[in-house]
Structure formats: structure tokens, C-alpha cells
Design a protein. Sequence first.
Length: 94
Amino acid sequence: DFLTGFINLIDPKEGSIKILRLSVACVVSTLYLTALLSVRPYKRIDDLYLSTISSFLLVVCFGLGVILHLCKGDDENEGTCHTFIGLHLDSYKA
């Protein structure tokens, strides 16, 4: 809940069409995952594994969102996807 509420406060007018929200969400999720792995706040190892897997999948989803945002079918982003990702993808092929 914190992450979604915090991310919605970033650039409320045009934030949904820019990559800033995805980048901040990816960084915050990665920092949380790092803190989770270093502090190990759960007594049961099963809880730690479940929390680690869910946090990792959240980082992966945000990373894929960044890739999809970079690989939009717009003409201005045509070379960006190939430069950073290495593939010529659009939203339908990704």
C-alpha cells in the first residue's frame, strides 16, 4: 500500500505516461528486497522465502514495465528499444 500511494504522488498530472514512476518503483522495490535479505525479519524461514519471492517478482514486473515503456511502437522510441534492450520489440511482441 505504501508503494502505490507513494508512487501516485510523483508527477500526478503526467506521471502515468512517463518512465519516472516505474523507475522509482523499481528502485524502491529493489531497496526493500535488499533490506529484507540483509535484515531477515521473519522467525520462520518459510515466511522469509515467501516475502523474498514476492518482492523479487515485484521488481521483475516493474523492470518489465520499464522495458515495455521503452519499446512502445512510437517512432521516437524506435532506436531506444534496440539500443538499451538489444531487441526490436513493441508492446505486442514483448
